[in-house]
Structures are given as structure tokens and as C-alpha cells.
Design a protein around this ligand. Structure first.
Ligand SMILES: Cc1cc2nc3c(=O)[nH]c(=O)nc-3n(C[C@H](O)[C@H](O)[C@H](O)COP(=O)(O)OP(=O)(O)OC[C@H]3O[C@@H](n4cnc5c(N)ncnc54)[C@H](O)[C@@H]3O)c2cc1C
Length: 407
């Protein structure tokens, strides 16, 4: 049977995350957008809430907040990590998605360490998050000329004694400038395509590894997006994720380390878009109620009300698709198609809802002081990062054709 009711601990997490979003995140949202960064005192206060923020990011066996709701098992004894992460993230994104992307933790760097790292590497790199202070991880795949076409990365790695020497440039890396370590994907030989890929953990302060610039963006401005440079950067051999044996078969292990990340991160990106869409929808609903329901001609109101009804339906459908993909990840069922579907659909839905919000608020929707103006700018990137809408369609169509019996 299908049960859509949240469990007691899921409800508790949702409420806690909502209160955090409402009272701590939303009030600083416009200011953080204007400044292109988070207020420092807010970041410091965040370290006190580490348990909630790292929900599911640092595995319990490597020092993650034990006993947290994210570690709870469902009735069948399966982990609920991905489901919990989505429930909390929707609420915080309702407050402000770019602030959520600032929250300390391994971020997108976590999955490749978790899926490909040796036990020793997991202990070392996840251990960073147990040290006092605020710590971030990051994921460095994109390069100028290699965004959608991941196989085309040009950053190189060459073995030299007990080190690997890395050269190249990474761009648009979330939290890249402040991260304690970044998972960097490089190739032993660009002509090998995916089979040449290797994944390294490059630690902050490694000579030859530095932040080139922080990007100025249209939306999600409070989230740091960095260019990273590797110039004859010598990385100890212990930092090759999985160790050399892992790549001996000559297969696509390095590439797979990059791709497997998306099975859990795409539903997450989808639910962040849902959180923004819900925020925009709620503001639009309140605006319509205040301005149109009383004393205005019914036909005028009916057009706006039907837009609200349609958008509510789309938001609910997007949320369910994200939950399904997260549930599959928790079940250990391959979910690449469903993760792509959820992300692609939620991004499109959220763009429509934010566009409707600005339209319905009219000129007020364009005012800087109105949140919908910001959400309209923030939402565009959700159809670009973690694979553009077009790339999701390629992923989905390949899977559909592969699954089809006549293929
Ligand atoms: C705010 C932000 C944060 C990011 N964070 C990270 C991060 O932490 N780590 C990281 O590695 N990257 C990150 N990225 C990069 C992001 O993943 C890339 O921008 C994305 O993969 C798209 O690549 P691109 O920008 O190079 O576009 P391109 O790949 O150049 O694509 C340009 C256009 O061509 C289309 N296109 C490309 N190939 C095809 C095709 N085969 N068929 C049809 N259409 C195609 C695309 O859909 C797109 O519309 C971030 C980006 C942003 C904006």
C-alpha cells in the first residue's frame, strides 16, 4: 500500500526546519541577496545547529550526528536519509534556497567520498566536519568547455612518485572558495574520454590550488560560486578516491563517481525548486486574497484563481516526483531516470510559478523589496545546474529506450 502520511519524526523535522526558515532565514534573505553573501553572525549561529543541517550528509559511522531523525529506519528497516533530507530542505528553501546552499557540511562533495572513498578516506574527509567551527566540502567537475559534456573535461592528473600532479581550471563550484576540501575530477588522458577520469580530494591550502574568482550571478546570489585553479598542484596519492586499484579495470569508475552523485542530489535540487515555488505561490495567494477577492468583479478574480489552482497542482506533482526519487534512493533501487524526471519537472514548474507570481503581483512583483522579484531571479538556475533541462531529457530518453522491450 502507498502511505503519504509523514511519520511523527518527519513531521517534527518539517516543523523544526520551517520555524528555522521562517524566523532565521527569511528575515535575512533580501539582505544576503543584496550583499552577495551571508551575514557572518548568522553563519556563526549556524554552527550550533549542525545536527539539523547535516541531516544525512555525514554518515553516522563517520561521525555524523548520531541518533538524528535522518538515521531512523522505516517500517521495513530501510534508511530514510534521503526522504528526511528532502523534507527539511523544502522548508529551508521556502525561507531562502541560496542560504541553504551556504549551510556547512560536505555538500555535493559528500556523495563521491561516500560512494567511492575507502573507509580510511571517509574517516579522514568526513572527520573534518566533527572539528570545531564551520566546514564545507565541494564538488569540482564543471570546466570552461565541459559543463553538460562531462566527458570533455581537460583538467589533467599525472602520477609523480607518491603524488599526483593536477593542472586545470574548474568553474561555478558551489562553496569552492571556502571549502576545506573539494572533490576534483581530472583525466589521465583526455583522449580516453570517461575511462580517463579520476576523482581526487584536494584540500584547502595545497600549494598550486587556489580560488580564481567568485562569480557574480543573477540569482542565488548569497551562495558562493567559485572558479578554482590547479597549477602543478601536488596531491598525495592517498587522496585519489578509492585508491589506484579502484581504477585498474580501465572502466569508467572516475566518471561513475561523478554521475552517482546526481542520483541523490537531483531529487534534492528538485525539492529546493519546490520550496521556492511554494513560497512564491503562497505570496501570490495572499496577494490575490487581499486585492481581488473582496469588491472586485468575479471574472477578473476567476482568471487569477484558476492560475493559483493550476500552480498548486503542479507544485504537488513536482513534490511527489522528488519524494519518489528520494524513496528509491533510500530503498537502494536504481533511480537515475526518476531523479532526472523529478529535477527537470520541478525546475520547469517552479519557473512557471515564479513567473506567474511576478505577473499577478503586477508592478509590485518587480520591486526589489518584494521576495517574488528575488525568487524569479533565483529559480532560473535550477534548470541549469546539476544538468540542464535538455540534458535531463537525454538521460530520461536513454533510460526509457533501454528499458523498452523492443529496443
Ligand atoms: C549557481 C551554480 C552553481 C553550480 N555549482 C556547481 C558545482 O558545485 N560543481 C560543479 O561541478 N558545477 C557546478 N555548476 C555548473 C553546472 O553544473 C553547469 O553550469 C551545467 O552543468 C551546465 O553546463 P554549462 O553551463 O557549461 O552549459 P553548456 O553545457 O555549455 O550548455 C549550454 C546549453 O547547451 C545545451 N546543451 C549542451 N549539450 C547539449 C546536448 N547534447 N543536447 C542538447 N542541448 C545541449 C544545454 O542544455 C544548455 O542549454 C554550477 C552552476 C551554477 C550556475
Amino acid at each position: 500500500m502507498i502511505d503519504f502520511e509523514l511519520t511523527g519524526s518527519q513531521k517534527q523535522l518539517k516543523e523544526m526546519a520551517h520555524q528555522f526558515a521562517k524566523h532565521a532565514v527569511r528575515p535575512i534573505s533580501l539582505e544576503a541577496d543584496r550583499l552577495h553573501k551571508m551575514p557572518q553572525d548568522f553563519l556563526e549561529r549556524l554552527s550550533m545547529m549542525r545536527g539539523m543541517m547535516q541531516q544525512g550528509e555525514v554518515p553516522q559511522e563517520y561521525g555524523g550526528e548520531g541518533g538524528g531523525a535522518g538515521e531512523a529506519k522505516d517500517k521495513k528497516g530501510k534508511s530514510q536519509k534521503n526522504r528526511f533530507a528532502l523534507i527539511g530542505a523544502e522548508e529551508v528553501a521556502w525561507g531562502d534556497a541560496s542560504i541553504l546552499l551556504n549551510l556547512p557540511g560536505p555538500g555535493l562533495g559528500g556523495p563521491p567520498v561516500q560512494f567511492t572513498g575507502t573507509p580510511e578516506q571517509k574517516k579522514r574527509f568526513f572527520g573534518v566536519f566533527q572539528q570545531p567551527g564551520l566546514h564545507w566540502g565541494a564538488y569540482g567537475l564543471t570546466e570552461p568547455g565541459a559543463g553538460s559534456d562531462v566527458a570533455a573535461i581537460k583538467s589533467t592528473c599525472r602520477k609523480d612518485g607518491k603524488h599526483w600532479v593536477l593542472n586545470g581550471r574548474k568553474c561555478f563550484i558551489t562553496n569552492g572558495g571556502r571549502a576545506d576540501w573539494v572533490v576534483i575530477f581530472a583525466t589521465v588522458d583526455p583522449s580516453l574520454g570517461r575511462a580517463g577520469h579520476r576523482a581526487f580530494v584536494v584540500e584547502k591550502g595545497t600549494p598550486g590550488f587556489y580560488c580564481g574568482k567568485i562569480e557574480e550571478k543573477m540569482g542565488l546570489r548569497a551562495s558562493e560560486t567559485a572558479e578554482l585553479v590547479l597549477e602543478d598542484c601536488r596531491v598525495p596519492e592517498e587522496n585519489l578516491l578509492g585508491g589506484e586499484k579502484h581504477y585498474e579495470s580501465g572502466g569508467k569508475e572516475g566518471f561513475m563517481a561523478a554521475m552517482k552523485t546526481f542520483d541523490s542530489s537531483r531529487p534534492m535540487v528538485g525539492i529546493l525548486a519546490v520550496g521556492i515555488a511554494r513560497a512564491a505561490w503562497e505570496q501570490t495567494r495572499d496577494f490575490v486574497k487581499e486585492n481581488y477577492m473582496l469588491g472586485r468583479a468575479l471574472p477578473h478574480y476567476a482568471v487569477l484563481a484558476s492560475t493559483l489552482a493550476e500552480d498548486q497542482r503542479l507544485i504537488d506533482a513536482a513534490r511527489l516526483m522528488c519524494w519518489r526519487a528520494a524513496w528509491m534512493a533510500d530503498e537502494g533501487v536504481p533511480n537515475a531516470k526518476e531523479a532526472s524526471m523529478a529535477k527537470a519537472y520541478a525546475a520547469k514548474v517552479a519557473m512557471k510559478v515564479c513567473t506567474d507570481a511576478v505577473q499577478i503581483l503586477g508592478a509590485h512583483g518587480l520591486e526589489r523589496a518584494q521576495f517574488v522579484e528575488k525568487w524569479y531571479r533565483d529559480i532560473k538556475v535550477f534548470d541549469i545546474f546539476e544538468g540542464t533541462g535538455q540534458i535531463q531529457r537525454i538521460v530520461i530518453s536513454k533510460r526509457i529506450l533501454k528499458e523498452s522491450p523492443s529496443f
